[in-house]
Design a binder for this molecule. Structure first.
Ligand SMILES: C[S@@+](CC[C@H](N)C(=O)[O-])C[C@H]1O[C@@H](n2cnc3c(N)ncnc32)[C@H](O)[C@@H]1O
Length: 277
C-alpha cells in the first residue's frame, strides 16, 4: 500500500540524495547548490560548455564529469594565473578540458591524457566547433608512462648508447651547448582528475613538471564527504576503496614542504598545490 511521505521523511531522503556520489556539491542543501548554479554558473556558462554538458548528460558514466561550478572556477583560475602550458590527467568527454582550452590564449597548450579515447571523441566535435581543438594534444593511454618520459626530459643526451652521445657530452662539457630542461618546471597548471589510487605517484612526477609558482589541482579530495565518514559508514564499494588513497594523499600534501596548499569545497573538493621550490 502506497503511503505519503511525511515532511521529515522527505527531508531525510533529500539529505540522503545529497550525499549520493553523483551529487557534485558538498554544500548544506540541494537548494543552495541550485541557487549557485542558477544565479552564477548557468547564466555565464559559455555555449560550447553548455552543449558539452548536454551531450555528456546522456552518457551512462555522466556522474564522472566535472561539475559546472567547478568548470567555471577552473576557467577563471587559469585566466587569473595567465596559464599557457597546461596538463590534464583524466579527460572523459572533455568538460574540464574545454573549460581550460577556452581560458588559454590562442597559442596555449594542453597535454591531455586518458585511457579512453572514445569518450574524448564524444565531446571533440564541440571542442572543434568552439575553435580551441588546436590547443589540445590528446594522448590515449595511462598517464604514468607519459609522465615518466616527460620527467626524463633530455633522454637523447643521457643515453650513453646513443651514437652521438660522446660528441654531445663533449659539447656540454665545453659549454658549447646548454643542457635543455624541456619539460621539468614547464607547466603553469596541471589538473588531475583520474585514478585516485595513483595520485601520490603522479604527485612525485608532477612536482618536477610544474613550474615554481605554478599550480597542480587534485580533484575529488573530499571524495563525496567520505573522508570524514566513520569506519563503519555504509559507503559504495568504490567510494570505500578509493577513500584510503584520498586520505593518504591529503595527509601527504598537508606536510609537503615543496608546496603550499588550499583545499576548496568546490565540486567534490579540489586541492590546489602551488609549487614553492
Ligand atoms: C572523473 S573522469 C574525468 C572527468 C573529466 N575531467 C571531465 O571534466 O569530464 C576520470 C577519467 O580518468 C580516466 N583515467 C582513469 N585511469 C587513468 C589513467 N591511469 N590514466 C589516464 N586516465 C585515466 C578515465 O578513463 C576517466 O575518463
Amino acid at each position: 500500500m502506497a503511503t505519503n511521505k511525511t515532511e521529515e521523511q522527505q527531508q531525510q531522503s533529500q539529505a540522503g540524495r545529497h550525499q549520493e556520489v553523483g551529487h557534485k556539491s558538498l554544500l548544506q542543501s540541494d537548494a543552495l547548490y541550485q541557487y549557485i548554479l542558477e544565479t552564477s554558473v548557468y547564466p555565464r556558462e559559455p555555449e560550447p560548455m553548455k552543449e558539452l554538458r548536454k551531450i555528456t548528460a546522456k552518457h551512462p558514466w555522466n556522474l564522472m564529469t566535472t561539475s559546472a561550478d567547478e568548470g567555471q572556477f577552473l576557467n577563471m583560475l587559469l585566466k587569473l594565473i595567465n596559464a599557457k602550458n597546461t596538463m590534464e590527467i583524466g579527460v572523459y568527454t572533455g568538460y574540464s578540458l574545454l573549460a581550460t582550452a577556452l581560458a588559454l590564449p590562442d597559442d596555449g597548450k594542453i597535454l591531455a591524457m586518458d585511457i579512453n579515447r572514445e569518450n574524448y571523441e564524444l565531446g571533440l566535435p564541440v571542442i572543434q566547433k568552439a575553435g580551441v581543438a588546436h590547443k589540445i594534444d590528446f594522448k590515449e593511454g595511462p598517464a604514468m608512462p607519459v609522465l615518466d618520459e616527460l620527467v626524463q626530459d633530455v633522454k637523447f643526451f643521457t643515453n650513453p648508447n646513443h651514437p652521438f652521445f660522446l660528441f654531445f657530452f663533449c659539447l656540454i662539457l665545453n659549454g658549447k651547448i646548454e643542457w635543455q630542461e624541456k619539460n621539468r618546471g614547464s607547466f603553469d597548471f596541471i589538473f588531475v582528475d583520474a585514478d585516485k589510487d595513483n595520485y601520490l605517484n603522479y604527485h612525485k612526477r608532477l612536482i618536477e613538471l610544474v613550474k615554481v609558482g605554478g599550480l597542480i589541482g587534485y580533484d575529488n579530495t573530499l571524495w563525496n564527504g567520505s573522508v570524514v565518514a566513520p569506519p563503519d559508514a555504509p559507503l559504495r564499494k568504490y567510494v570505500r576503496y578509493y577513500r584510503d588513497f584520498v586520505l593518504e594523499l591529503n595527509k601527504a600534501l598537508a606536510v609537503d614542504p615543496r608546496i603550499e596548499i588550499c583545499m576548496l569545497p568546490v565540486g567534490d573538493g579540489i586541492t590546489l598545490c602551488r609549487r614553492l621550490k
